[in-house]
Design a protein around this ligand. Structure first.
Ligand code: A3P
Length: 299
């Protein structure tokens, strides 16, 4: 089936998930051509759950300068989305088949694809997957703001009620959100050595603990507090938001201004938008979906 997201975008449903029509071909190409290596690190996220953050954290961990080293920070001159490419958006776009074999290990890629749509080579190789989930209410508000950025001032913001309806019934890009999260969560319980499941909220509350966990998962234990602090500083919201590249640049593949990836960076902004009815509805759907799974997203 086909429907529209924010009136402007066609989205299509395939095997229970929704994809932007504009990404159908690049998704297929990714699935057919991407060859994962055993030492790859794959970031996986639903939209607006902390992609930009993980795209900053993981390169900062992997390139963390040891005492006395002068390791350049790629984030100074490049938006995180150019430092770590999204397979189905900026690697295999427009049917390109880029030569990724010359990239030095560990290669880091990102995908928004749901677990069941991942290329086989990601599932079957020894590569690691780092997933980040976020409270669905905050993810929804973030997504609503983000997609509003592509509307003209004449159009004004898309009615939040309509966007919420799509979010609740799952018909939004890479949706349904809750299934995206639950599928990776369940897989992470089966193969915890392959999939690390993180949440935006826990990363905010206990950044040192979570970055320590993330670093050892990708095999780069940080030696001391100084290194940990350095990683957190390099990937911090305030620093990245204020870097010249992120204030002025835009994504070559989508035309999106880089500053649209840095809005508030907080927990609980949903409280400024949700009516009691919206709250009740999403609570009900999420509680039903996650019942018995052991997953806690602070709903
Ligand atoms: P808000 O819209 O709630 O502010 P994604 O990167 O998956 O597109 O998600 C974007 C959300 O992550 C936005 O949330 C954005 O502000 C927030 N974000 C971006 N960079 C961040 C960082 N370095 N630390 C924390 N949050 C960040």
């Amino acid at each position: 089936p086909k429907t529209v997201w924010f009136e402007e975008y066609d989205i299509y449903q395939q095997h229970g998930s929704w994809y932007l029509a504009a990404l159908i071909e690049s998704t297929l190409t990714t699935q057919q051509l991407f060859q994962a290596r055993d030492d790859d690190i794959i970031i996986a996220t639903p939209p607006k759950a902390g992609t930009t953050w993980l795209k900053s954290l993981i390169p900062s961990i992997v390139n963390c300068p040891k005492d006395g080293d002068d390791v350049p920070d790629p984030l100074v001159k490049n938006n995180p989305h150019m430092v770590v490419r999204t397979l189905e958006i900026s690697c295999f776009n427009r049917n390109q088949n880029p030569d990724l074999s010359t990239m030095p290990s560990p290669r880091i890629f990102h995908t928004h694809l749901p677990y069941n749509a991942l290329p086989d080579s990601i599932k079957n190789s020894q590569c690691k997957i780092v997933y980040m989930a976020r409270n669905p209410k905050d993810a929804f508000v973030s997504l609503w703001h983000f997609t509003n950025r592509t509307r003209t001032s004449f159009q004004g913001p898309y009615p939040i009620e309509k966007a919420f309806e799509s979010f609740c019934n799952g018909s939004h890009p890479f949706g349904p959100y809750l299934d995206h999260v639950l599928d990776y969560w369940n897989e992470s319980l089966i193969v915890p050595e392959k999939i690390l499941f993180l949440t935006y909220e826990e990363m905010k509350r206990n950044p040192k603990q979570e970055v320590g966990k993330l670093a050892s998962f990708v095999g780069k234990s940080l030696a001391n507090d100084g290194e940990l602090d350095n990683v957190l500083w390099r990937s911090s919201f305030d620093r990245l938001k204020n870097l010249e590249v992120n204030k002025t640049g835009s994504e070559p593949h989508t035309g999106l201004a880089y500053n649209s990836f840095f809005r508030l960076g907080t927990i609980g902004d949903w409280k400024n938008y949700f009516t009691p009815e919206m709250q009740q509805r999403l609570n009900q759907i999420a509680n039903l979906k996650f019942e018995g799974s052991g997953l806690d997203l602070d709903i």
